[in-house]
Design a protein around this ligand. Structure first.
Ligand code: ADP
Length: 462
Protein backbone atom coordinates (compact mmCIF):
# COMPACT_ATOMS: atom_id res chain seq x y z
CA UNK A 1 0.00 0.00 0.00
CA UNK A 2 2.87 2.33 0.93
CA UNK A 3 4.51 1.76 -2.43
CA UNK A 4 1.26 2.56 -4.18
CA UNK A 5 1.04 5.88 -2.33
CA UNK A 6 4.61 6.78 -3.14
CA UNK A 7 3.95 5.98 -6.78
CA UNK A 8 0.82 8.09 -6.75
CA UNK A 9 2.66 11.09 -5.26
CA UNK A 10 5.53 10.64 -7.70
CA UNK A 11 3.25 10.54 -10.68
CA UNK A 12 1.32 13.59 -9.44
CA UNK A 13 4.61 15.47 -9.10
CA UNK A 14 5.69 14.32 -12.55
CA UNK A 15 2.39 15.49 -14.01
CA UNK A 16 2.79 18.86 -12.31
CA UNK A 17 6.35 19.19 -13.55
CA UNK A 18 5.14 18.40 -17.05
CA UNK A 19 2.58 21.19 -16.85
CA UNK A 20 5.12 23.67 -15.50
CA UNK A 21 7.52 22.78 -18.28
CA UNK A 22 4.78 23.20 -20.83
CA UNK A 23 3.98 26.68 -19.56
CA UNK A 24 7.61 27.79 -19.38
CA UNK A 25 8.64 26.20 -22.69
CA UNK A 26 6.93 29.09 -24.45
CA UNK A 27 9.53 31.41 -22.97
CA UNK A 28 12.64 29.37 -23.73
CA UNK A 29 14.34 30.37 -26.96
CA UNK A 30 16.51 27.92 -28.87
CA UNK A 31 19.75 29.11 -30.49
CA UNK A 32 17.96 28.92 -33.84
CA UNK A 33 15.13 31.09 -32.59
CA UNK A 34 17.60 33.69 -31.35
CA UNK A 35 19.38 33.60 -34.71
CA UNK A 36 16.03 34.24 -36.32
CA UNK A 37 15.42 37.29 -34.10
CA UNK A 38 18.86 38.59 -35.05
CA UNK A 39 18.12 38.11 -38.76
CA UNK A 40 14.70 39.72 -38.45
CA UNK A 41 16.14 42.78 -36.75
CA UNK A 42 18.85 43.03 -39.39
CA UNK A 43 16.20 43.04 -42.09
CA UNK A 44 14.13 45.66 -40.27
CA UNK A 45 17.28 47.83 -39.91
CA UNK A 46 17.88 47.72 -43.67
CA UNK A 47 14.24 48.57 -44.38
CA UNK A 48 14.27 51.40 -41.84
CA UNK A 49 17.37 52.99 -43.36
CA UNK A 50 16.01 53.17 -46.91
CA UNK A 51 13.71 56.00 -47.89
CA UNK A 52 11.42 53.79 -50.02
CA UNK A 53 10.86 51.11 -47.38
CA UNK A 54 11.18 53.23 -44.25
CA UNK A 55 7.51 53.10 -43.35
CA UNK A 56 7.31 49.31 -43.55
CA UNK A 57 9.95 48.84 -40.88
CA UNK A 58 9.18 48.66 -37.19
CA UNK A 59 12.53 50.22 -36.27
CA UNK A 60 12.78 53.90 -37.09
CA UNK A 61 16.55 54.22 -37.55
CA UNK A 62 16.46 57.93 -36.76
CA UNK A 63 19.34 60.22 -37.72
CA UNK A 64 20.78 62.04 -34.69
CA UNK A 65 23.09 64.59 -36.35
CA UNK A 66 25.93 63.25 -34.24
CA UNK A 67 28.73 62.56 -36.69
CA UNK A 68 31.68 61.96 -34.41
CA UNK A 69 32.45 60.48 -31.05
CA UNK A 70 34.29 62.71 -28.52
CA UNK A 71 38.02 63.26 -28.96
CA UNK A 72 38.82 64.32 -25.41
CA UNK A 73 39.45 67.97 -26.30
CA UNK A 74 35.98 69.04 -25.16
CA UNK A 75 35.96 71.73 -22.44
CA UNK A 76 33.58 73.96 -20.54
CA UNK A 77 30.59 74.09 -18.19
CA UNK A 78 27.25 72.79 -19.38
CA UNK A 79 23.77 72.13 -18.15
CA UNK A 80 22.17 68.82 -18.97
CA UNK A 81 18.63 67.57 -18.53
CA UNK A 82 17.67 63.94 -18.44
CA UNK A 83 14.03 63.13 -19.06
CA UNK A 84 12.81 59.74 -20.08
CA UNK A 85 12.44 57.30 -17.26
CA UNK A 86 11.56 57.08 -13.65
CA UNK A 87 13.14 60.38 -12.66
CA UNK A 88 13.94 63.73 -14.13
CA UNK A 89 17.44 65.02 -13.50
CA UNK A 90 19.12 68.36 -13.88
CA UNK A 91 22.90 68.30 -14.06
CA UNK A 92 25.78 70.72 -14.07
CA UNK A 93 28.59 69.11 -16.03
CA UNK A 94 32.08 70.58 -15.97
CA UNK A 95 34.27 69.13 -18.68
CA UNK A 96 37.92 69.76 -18.00
CA UNK A 97 41.27 68.39 -19.01
CA UNK A 98 41.75 64.76 -18.10
CA UNK A 99 44.75 65.66 -15.96
CA UNK A 100 42.50 67.94 -13.93
CA UNK A 101 40.01 65.20 -13.21
CA UNK A 102 38.09 65.14 -16.48
CA UNK A 103 34.34 65.43 -16.08
CA UNK A 104 32.73 66.70 -12.86
CA UNK A 105 29.03 66.35 -12.32
CA UNK A 106 26.63 67.83 -9.80
CA UNK A 107 23.05 66.71 -10.20
CA UNK A 108 19.66 66.81 -8.58
CA UNK A 109 16.80 64.34 -8.98
CA UNK A 110 13.24 65.52 -9.41
CA UNK A 111 10.18 63.36 -9.60
CA UNK A 112 7.65 63.67 -12.37
CA UNK A 113 4.30 62.73 -10.83
CA UNK A 114 2.18 60.51 -13.12
CA UNK A 115 -0.48 63.21 -13.39
CA UNK A 116 2.19 65.52 -14.84
CA UNK A 117 3.66 62.82 -17.12
CA UNK A 118 0.19 62.10 -18.43
CA UNK A 119 -1.35 65.58 -18.20
CA UNK A 120 -1.19 68.60 -20.54
CA UNK A 121 2.20 69.03 -22.22
CA UNK A 122 2.51 72.67 -21.22
CA UNK A 123 2.24 71.63 -17.57
CA UNK A 124 4.98 69.01 -18.05
CA UNK A 125 7.36 71.56 -19.58
CA UNK A 126 6.49 74.21 -16.95
CA UNK A 127 7.35 71.62 -14.32
CA UNK A 128 10.67 70.92 -16.03
CA UNK A 129 11.53 74.62 -16.12
CA UNK A 130 10.64 74.97 -12.41
CA UNK A 131 13.01 72.09 -11.62
CA UNK A 132 15.83 73.73 -13.60
CA UNK A 133 15.24 77.03 -11.80
CA UNK A 134 15.31 75.23 -8.45
CA UNK A 135 18.58 73.54 -9.41
CA UNK A 136 20.18 76.78 -10.52
CA UNK A 137 19.13 78.51 -7.30
CA UNK A 138 20.57 75.67 -5.22
CA UNK A 139 23.82 75.81 -7.18
CA UNK A 140 23.98 79.59 -6.90
CA UNK A 141 23.95 79.98 -10.66
CA UNK A 142 20.71 81.88 -11.21
CA UNK A 143 21.11 84.28 -14.10
CA UNK A 144 23.81 82.21 -15.82
CA UNK A 145 22.88 80.72 -19.17
CA UNK A 146 25.13 77.81 -19.89
CA UNK A 147 24.78 75.78 -23.08
CA UNK A 148 22.32 73.00 -22.40
CA UNK A 149 22.08 69.45 -23.72
CA UNK A 150 18.63 67.94 -23.33
CA UNK A 151 18.56 64.16 -23.01
CA UNK A 152 15.07 63.27 -24.07
CA UNK A 153 14.61 59.53 -24.32
CA UNK A 154 11.63 59.20 -26.61
CA UNK A 155 11.55 58.73 -30.38
CA UNK A 156 12.13 62.05 -32.14
CA UNK A 157 12.51 62.90 -35.80
CA UNK A 158 15.45 65.28 -35.87
CA UNK A 159 16.23 67.72 -38.65
CA UNK A 160 19.15 69.24 -36.79
CA UNK A 161 20.98 68.85 -33.49
CA UNK A 162 18.61 71.20 -31.68
CA UNK A 163 15.29 70.21 -33.14
CA UNK A 164 13.32 67.03 -32.53
CA UNK A 165 9.72 66.29 -33.41
CA UNK A 166 8.23 63.87 -30.87
CA UNK A 167 6.93 60.83 -32.77
CA UNK A 168 5.26 59.11 -29.84
CA UNK A 169 5.44 58.82 -26.10
CA UNK A 170 6.62 55.52 -24.60
CA UNK A 171 7.15 54.08 -21.12
CA UNK A 172 4.90 55.84 -18.58
CA UNK A 173 4.56 59.12 -20.47
CA UNK A 174 1.52 60.35 -22.30
CA UNK A 175 1.38 64.15 -21.97
CA UNK A 176 -1.08 65.74 -24.39
CA UNK A 177 -0.22 68.24 -27.11
CA UNK A 178 3.38 67.09 -27.56
CA UNK A 179 3.35 64.41 -30.26
CA UNK A 180 4.13 66.05 -33.61
CA UNK A 181 5.74 69.05 -31.87
CA UNK A 182 9.36 70.10 -31.64
CA UNK A 183 10.33 69.28 -28.08
CA UNK A 184 13.02 71.97 -27.93
CA UNK A 185 10.42 74.53 -28.98
CA UNK A 186 8.06 73.31 -26.23
CA UNK A 187 10.88 73.74 -23.71
CA UNK A 188 11.78 77.21 -25.03
CA UNK A 189 8.13 78.27 -24.83
CA UNK A 190 7.92 77.13 -21.22
CA UNK A 191 11.07 79.15 -20.51
CA UNK A 192 9.39 82.23 -22.04
CA UNK A 193 6.35 81.74 -19.79
CA UNK A 194 8.62 82.12 -16.77
CA UNK A 195 9.78 85.64 -16.04
CA UNK A 196 13.48 86.50 -15.78
CA UNK A 197 14.64 83.13 -16.92
CA UNK A 198 16.68 81.99 -19.90
CA UNK A 199 18.13 78.77 -21.30
CA UNK A 200 20.43 78.11 -24.23
CA UNK A 201 19.35 74.73 -25.60
CA UNK A 202 21.98 73.56 -28.09
CA UNK A 203 21.18 69.87 -28.51
CA UNK A 204 18.47 67.29 -28.03
CA UNK A 205 19.98 63.93 -27.26
CA UNK A 206 18.59 60.43 -27.05
CA UNK A 207 19.79 58.58 -23.94
CA UNK A 208 21.39 55.83 -26.05
CA UNK A 209 23.44 58.48 -27.85
CA UNK A 210 24.39 60.16 -24.57
CA UNK A 211 25.53 56.81 -23.24
CA UNK A 212 27.60 56.05 -26.33
CA UNK A 213 29.20 59.50 -26.18
CA UNK A 214 29.98 59.35 -22.48
CA UNK A 215 31.68 55.97 -22.86
CA UNK A 216 33.33 57.25 -26.04
CA UNK A 217 35.07 59.92 -24.01
CA UNK A 218 37.07 57.14 -22.29
CA UNK A 219 37.12 54.58 -25.10
CA UNK A 220 37.26 55.83 -28.71
CA UNK A 221 36.08 52.47 -30.08
CA UNK A 222 32.70 52.91 -28.37
CA UNK A 223 30.38 53.12 -31.36
CA UNK A 224 27.24 51.54 -29.95
CA UNK A 225 24.97 52.76 -27.15
CA UNK A 226 22.59 50.45 -25.31
CA UNK A 227 19.95 51.11 -22.65
CA UNK A 228 18.20 48.48 -20.59
CA UNK A 229 16.32 50.31 -17.85
CA UNK A 230 12.68 51.32 -17.75
CA UNK A 231 12.72 50.81 -21.51
CA UNK A 232 15.26 49.49 -23.98
CA UNK A 233 16.87 51.03 -27.04
CA UNK A 234 20.15 51.17 -28.95
CA UNK A 235 22.11 53.42 -31.29
CA UNK A 236 25.26 52.93 -33.38
CA UNK A 237 27.52 54.67 -35.88
CA UNK A 238 26.17 54.00 -39.38
CA UNK A 239 27.78 54.93 -42.69
CA UNK A 240 26.12 58.11 -44.01
CA UNK A 241 25.89 56.54 -47.47
CA UNK A 242 23.52 53.96 -45.94
CA UNK A 243 21.26 56.53 -44.31
CA UNK A 244 18.89 56.79 -47.26
CA UNK A 245 16.58 59.09 -45.37
CA UNK A 246 19.26 61.82 -45.54
CA UNK A 247 20.90 63.36 -48.61
CA UNK A 248 23.92 61.10 -48.18
CA UNK A 249 27.54 62.08 -47.88
CA UNK A 250 30.83 60.91 -46.50
CA UNK A 251 31.53 59.66 -43.04
CA UNK A 252 29.24 58.33 -40.36
CA UNK A 253 26.28 59.38 -38.33
CA UNK A 254 24.87 57.93 -35.15
CA UNK A 255 21.49 56.33 -35.79
CA UNK A 256 18.96 56.00 -32.98
CA UNK A 257 17.35 52.67 -33.77
CA UNK A 258 14.32 52.94 -31.48
CA UNK A 259 14.53 49.17 -31.28
CA UNK A 260 11.93 49.03 -28.53
CA UNK A 261 9.37 49.14 -31.34
CA UNK A 262 10.90 46.15 -33.15
CA UNK A 263 8.01 43.78 -33.90
CA UNK A 264 5.27 46.42 -33.92
CA UNK A 265 4.61 45.49 -37.56
CA UNK A 266 3.92 41.88 -36.66
CA UNK A 267 7.30 40.41 -37.56
CA UNK A 268 7.86 39.05 -34.04
CA UNK A 269 4.36 37.68 -33.52
CA UNK A 270 5.57 34.07 -33.43
CA UNK A 271 7.66 34.90 -30.37
CA UNK A 272 4.96 36.41 -28.19
CA UNK A 273 3.47 34.25 -25.46
CA UNK A 274 0.00 34.73 -23.99
CA UNK A 275 1.72 36.47 -21.05
CA UNK A 276 3.36 39.00 -23.36
CA UNK A 277 0.00 39.69 -24.94
CA UNK A 278 -1.57 40.28 -21.53
CA UNK A 279 1.20 42.72 -20.60
CA UNK A 280 0.79 44.51 -23.91
CA UNK A 281 -2.97 44.78 -23.66
CA UNK A 282 -2.84 46.20 -20.13
CA UNK A 283 -0.18 48.78 -21.05
CA UNK A 284 -0.55 52.49 -21.81
CA UNK A 285 0.44 51.81 -25.43
CA UNK A 286 -1.06 48.51 -26.63
CA UNK A 287 0.43 47.16 -29.84
CA UNK A 288 3.48 49.37 -29.53
CA UNK A 289 7.02 48.87 -28.19
CA UNK A 290 6.58 45.11 -28.43
CA UNK A 291 10.31 44.26 -28.25
CA UNK A 292 10.71 46.57 -25.26
CA UNK A 293 7.88 44.80 -23.50
CA UNK A 294 9.83 41.52 -23.68
CA UNK A 295 12.99 43.03 -22.26
CA UNK A 296 12.85 46.09 -20.05
CA UNK A 297 12.38 46.87 -16.37
CA UNK A 298 8.94 48.34 -16.76
CA UNK A 299 7.57 44.98 -17.93
CA UNK A 300 9.55 41.97 -16.66
CA UNK A 301 7.85 41.95 -13.27
CA UNK A 302 4.48 42.05 -14.97
CA UNK A 303 5.34 39.11 -17.23
CA UNK A 304 6.33 37.13 -14.13
CA UNK A 305 3.09 38.11 -12.41
CA UNK A 306 0.95 36.86 -15.30
CA UNK A 307 2.85 33.56 -15.37
CA UNK A 308 2.37 33.14 -11.62
CA UNK A 309 -1.35 33.80 -12.04
CA UNK A 310 -1.53 31.14 -14.74
CA UNK A 311 0.42 28.61 -12.66
CA UNK A 312 -1.88 29.30 -9.72
CA UNK A 313 -4.96 28.86 -11.87
CA UNK A 314 -3.58 25.50 -12.97
CA UNK A 315 -3.14 24.52 -9.31
CA UNK A 316 0.63 24.38 -9.65
CA UNK A 317 1.43 27.24 -7.28
CA UNK A 318 0.16 28.68 -3.98
CA UNK A 319 -2.00 25.55 -3.53
CA UNK A 320 -4.09 26.74 -6.42
CA UNK A 321 -5.61 29.54 -4.35
CA UNK A 322 -6.01 32.71 -6.35
CA UNK A 323 -4.37 35.53 -4.45
CA UNK A 324 -6.03 38.93 -4.68
CA UNK A 325 -2.62 40.51 -4.11
CA UNK A 326 -1.24 38.84 -7.21
CA UNK A 327 -4.08 40.38 -9.22
CA UNK A 328 -2.66 43.83 -8.45
CA UNK A 329 -0.84 45.46 -11.33
CA UNK A 330 2.88 46.12 -10.88
CA UNK A 331 2.92 44.42 -7.46
CA UNK A 332 5.75 42.20 -8.65
CA UNK A 333 8.50 44.68 -9.45
CA UNK A 334 11.45 43.94 -11.67
CA UNK A 335 13.82 44.58 -8.77
CA UNK A 336 12.36 41.43 -7.14
CA UNK A 337 13.67 39.43 -10.09
CA UNK A 338 17.13 40.66 -9.16
CA UNK A 339 16.78 39.91 -5.45
CA UNK A 340 15.22 36.50 -5.99
CA UNK A 341 17.97 35.49 -8.40
CA UNK A 342 20.80 36.86 -6.27
CA UNK A 343 23.54 34.30 -5.89
CA UNK A 344 23.69 32.86 -2.47
CA UNK A 345 20.21 33.97 -1.54
CA UNK A 346 18.72 31.19 0.54
CA UNK A 347 15.30 29.88 -0.29
CA UNK A 348 14.11 31.15 3.07
CA UNK A 349 14.90 34.69 1.93
CA UNK A 350 13.06 34.13 -1.34
CA UNK A 351 10.11 33.06 0.80
CA UNK A 352 10.46 36.25 2.84
CA UNK A 353 10.37 38.40 -0.31
CA UNK A 354 7.21 36.67 -1.45
CA UNK A 355 5.64 36.90 2.00
CA UNK A 356 6.26 40.64 1.87
CA UNK A 357 4.00 40.67 -1.17
CA UNK A 358 1.33 39.09 0.98
CA UNK A 359 1.72 35.66 -0.61
CA UNK A 360 1.61 32.56 1.55
CA UNK A 361 4.27 30.35 0.11
CA UNK A 362 5.68 26.91 0.62
CA UNK A 363 9.24 25.96 -0.09
CA UNK A 364 8.24 24.41 -3.42
CA UNK A 365 6.43 27.63 -4.33
CA UNK A 366 9.58 29.69 -3.88
CA UNK A 367 11.60 27.26 -5.98
CA UNK A 368 9.07 27.60 -8.77
CA UNK A 369 8.82 31.39 -8.51
CA UNK A 370 12.59 31.59 -8.73
CA UNK A 371 12.52 29.43 -11.85
CA UNK A 372 9.93 31.70 -13.45
CA UNK A 373 12.06 34.76 -12.69
CA UNK A 374 15.10 33.07 -14.21
CA UNK A 375 13.29 32.12 -17.39
CA UNK A 376 11.83 35.59 -17.92
CA UNK A 377 15.09 37.43 -17.24
CA UNK A 378 17.12 35.03 -19.37
CA UNK A 379 14.80 35.44 -22.33
CA UNK A 380 15.00 39.23 -21.97
CA UNK A 381 18.80 39.18 -21.88
CA UNK A 382 19.06 36.78 -24.82
CA UNK A 383 16.74 38.89 -26.96
CA UNK A 384 18.78 41.93 -26.08
CA UNK A 385 21.93 39.99 -27.04
CA UNK A 386 20.38 39.02 -30.38
CA UNK A 387 19.76 42.72 -30.99
CA UNK A 388 23.35 43.70 -30.19
CA UNK A 389 24.60 40.87 -32.42
CA UNK A 390 22.57 42.24 -35.35
CA UNK A 391 24.04 45.71 -34.81
CA UNK A 392 27.64 44.51 -34.46
CA UNK A 393 27.40 42.35 -37.59
CA UNK A 394 26.00 45.31 -39.53
CA UNK A 395 28.93 47.51 -38.49
CA UNK A 396 31.39 44.74 -39.38
CA UNK A 397 29.90 44.26 -42.83
CA UNK A 398 29.68 48.04 -43.42
CA UNK A 399 33.42 48.21 -42.96
CA UNK A 400 34.25 45.06 -44.90
CA UNK A 401 36.08 43.59 -41.93
CA UNK A 402 36.83 39.94 -41.24
CA UNK A 403 36.85 40.68 -37.57
CA UNK A 404 35.42 43.71 -35.75
CA UNK A 405 36.40 45.06 -32.36
CA UNK A 406 33.84 47.41 -30.92
CA UNK A 407 32.77 48.73 -27.54
CA UNK A 408 29.14 49.00 -26.47
CA UNK A 409 28.39 51.70 -23.91
CA UNK A 410 25.58 50.50 -21.64
CA UNK A 411 23.29 52.11 -19.13
CA UNK A 412 20.13 51.14 -17.29
CA UNK A 413 19.39 49.72 -13.88
CA UNK A 414 18.20 46.34 -15.11
CA UNK A 415 21.46 45.72 -16.98
CA UNK A 416 23.57 47.03 -14.13
CA UNK A 417 21.85 45.49 -11.12
CA UNK A 418 20.40 42.18 -12.23
CA UNK A 419 22.82 39.45 -11.12
CA UNK A 420 22.91 37.54 -14.43
CA UNK A 421 21.54 39.85 -17.10
CA UNK A 422 24.81 41.34 -18.36
CA UNK A 423 26.53 37.98 -18.56
CA UNK A 424 23.65 36.45 -20.49
CA UNK A 425 23.63 39.35 -22.98
CA UNK A 426 27.37 38.98 -23.54
CA UNK A 427 27.24 35.21 -23.93
CA UNK A 428 24.44 35.49 -26.47
CA UNK A 429 26.28 38.09 -28.55
CA UNK A 430 29.38 35.93 -28.58
CA UNK A 431 27.44 32.95 -29.89
CA UNK A 432 25.48 34.92 -32.48
CA UNK A 433 28.26 37.21 -33.73
CA UNK A 434 31.45 35.17 -33.46
CA UNK A 435 33.32 37.48 -35.82
CA UNK A 436 32.84 40.45 -33.55
CA UNK A 437 34.76 40.98 -30.40
CA UNK A 438 32.63 43.15 -28.22
CA UNK A 439 33.49 44.96 -25.01
CA UNK A 440 30.64 46.15 -22.82
CA UNK A 441 31.41 49.33 -20.91
CA UNK A 442 28.96 50.52 -18.28
CA UNK A 443 28.49 54.23 -18.41
CA UNK A 444 28.54 56.41 -15.35
CA UNK A 445 25.92 59.08 -15.59
CA UNK A 446 25.70 58.37 -19.29
CA UNK A 447 22.84 60.54 -20.35
CA UNK A 448 24.01 63.57 -18.37
CA UNK A 449 27.67 63.45 -19.26
CA UNK A 450 26.88 62.46 -22.86
CA UNK A 451 24.48 65.35 -23.34
CA UNK A 452 27.11 67.76 -22.03
CA UNK A 453 29.77 66.34 -24.34
CA UNK A 454 27.42 66.73 -27.27
CA UNK A 455 26.70 70.31 -26.21
CA UNK A 456 30.46 70.82 -25.96
CA UNK A 457 31.08 69.51 -29.46
CA UNK A 458 28.19 71.64 -30.78
CA UNK A 459 29.67 74.75 -29.19
CA UNK A 460 33.13 73.96 -30.51
CA UNK A 461 31.82 73.55 -34.03
CA UNK A 462 29.52 76.58 -33.87
P1 ADP B 1 15.61 54.83 -16.77
O1 ADP B 1 15.72 53.77 -17.78
O2 ADP B 1 14.24 55.22 -16.51
O3 ADP B 1 16.54 55.96 -16.95
P2 ADP B 1 16.72 53.11 -14.81
O4 ADP B 1 17.85 52.73 -15.65
O5 ADP B 1 16.98 53.46 -13.39
O6 ADP B 1 15.92 54.30 -15.35
O7 ADP B 1 15.70 51.89 -14.83
C1 ADP B 1 14.57 51.85 -14.06
C2 ADP B 1 14.01 50.45 -14.17
O8 ADP B 1 14.88 49.54 -13.53
C3 ADP B 1 12.67 50.28 -13.51
O9 ADP B 1 11.78 49.80 -14.48
C4 ADP B 1 12.85 49.23 -12.44
O10 ADP B 1 11.86 48.25 -12.53
C5 ADP B 1 14.14 48.59 -12.80
N1 ADP B 1 14.91 48.25 -11.60
C6 ADP B 1 15.05 48.96 -10.47
N2 ADP B 1 15.82 48.31 -9.59
C7 ADP B 1 16.19 47.15 -10.16
C8 ADP B 1 16.99 46.04 -9.77
N3 ADP B 1 17.56 45.98 -8.58
N4 ADP B 1 17.12 45.03 -10.66
C9 ADP B 1 16.54 45.08 -11.86
N5 ADP B 1 15.78 46.08 -12.29
C10 ADP B 1 15.60 47.12 -11.46
Amino acid sequence: KGTAMVTAVASRLAAQRFQVNQTLALLKLSPDALGEVQALLRREMELGLKKETQTTSSVRMLPTYICATPDGSERGDFLALDLGGTNFRVLLVQVGAREQGGVRIVSELYSIPPQVAQGPGSQLFDHIVECIADFQTKQGMMGQTLPLGFTFSFPCQQTSLDQGILLSWTKGFNASGCVGQDVVKLLREAVKRKNHFALDVVAIVNDTVGTMMSCGYDDPSCEVGLIVGTGTNACYMEELRNVGTLAGGEGRMCVNMEWGAFGDNGCLDAFFTPFDRQVDEASLNPGRQRFEKLISGMYLGEIVRYILLELTAKGLLFRGRPSPKLQTRDIFQTKFLSSIESDGLALRQVCAILEQLGLHVTCEDSVLVREVCQVVARRAAQLCGAGVAAVAEKIRENRGLEQLSVTVGVDGTLYKLHPHFAQEVQGTVQRLAPRCSITFLQSEDGSGKGAALIAAVACRVA
